[in-house]
Design a protein around this ligand. Structure first.
Ligand code: FE
Ligand code: FE
Ligand code: MG
Length: 166
């Protein structure tokens, strides 16, 4: 464990590790929700939606990597089993049982909005006490804000296209 690196953290490290693990569970669930959504989605503009879902899946995995690296640096144990993902998640998992594009987009927009709220509160918590974690969370938050916007703008394009056809 990086002792000095850990010692400069001016907040409860165990509590921080716990919060980072909850976010790590969120990222794995978000990864799978995007990844499987891209496989089953059907409807107008399907190809554009699939590209975006696949890209976001990759980016959620990058977030998981950033979080797990920080957890290990802090001397924590990252969540070790998928069984725990649903137990500790902040944002849960929406089963894409309805494959229609709009429904898949709505589920993922809801997920991103939860992620934005979660990371925004993590920023508040780490701002004073742990600038290293703060910087990581800020990078992730910027991606989640972009994700929400990407999905909302896809939905707007789809609505416009469908409206013109009437
Ligand atoms: Fe993410
Ligand atoms: Fe995201
Ligand atoms: Mg995107």
């Amino acid at each position: 464990m990086a002792e000095i690196g850990r010692s400069i953290v001016k907040m409860n490290v165990d509590e921080l590790i716990n919060l980072l693990n909850k976010a790590l569970a969120d990222e794995w669930l978000a990864y799978y929700q995007y990844w499987i959504g891209a496989k089953v989605v059907k409807g107008p503009m399907k190809d554009a939606v699939i590209s975006e879902l696949d890209l976001h899946a990759t980016e959620e995995l990058t977030h998981a990597n950033l979080l797990v690296t920080r957890i290990v640096q802090l001397g924590g144990t990252p969540v070790l089993t998928p069984e725990d993902w649903l137990k500790i998640t902040n944002c849960g998992y929406d089963v894409p049982s309805d494959p229609y594009v709009e429904e898949i987009l709505n589920q993922n927009i809801k997920g991103e909005q939860c992620a934005i709220r979660t990371y925004s509160s993590l920023l508040d918590i780490t701002r004073e006490g742990d600038p290293v974690t703060y910087d990581i969370i800020l990078q992730i938050l910027a991606d989640e804000v972009e994700h929400e916007e990407d999905l909302v703008s896809l939905k707007e394009d789809m609505d416009l296209m469908l409206a013109r056809r009437k």
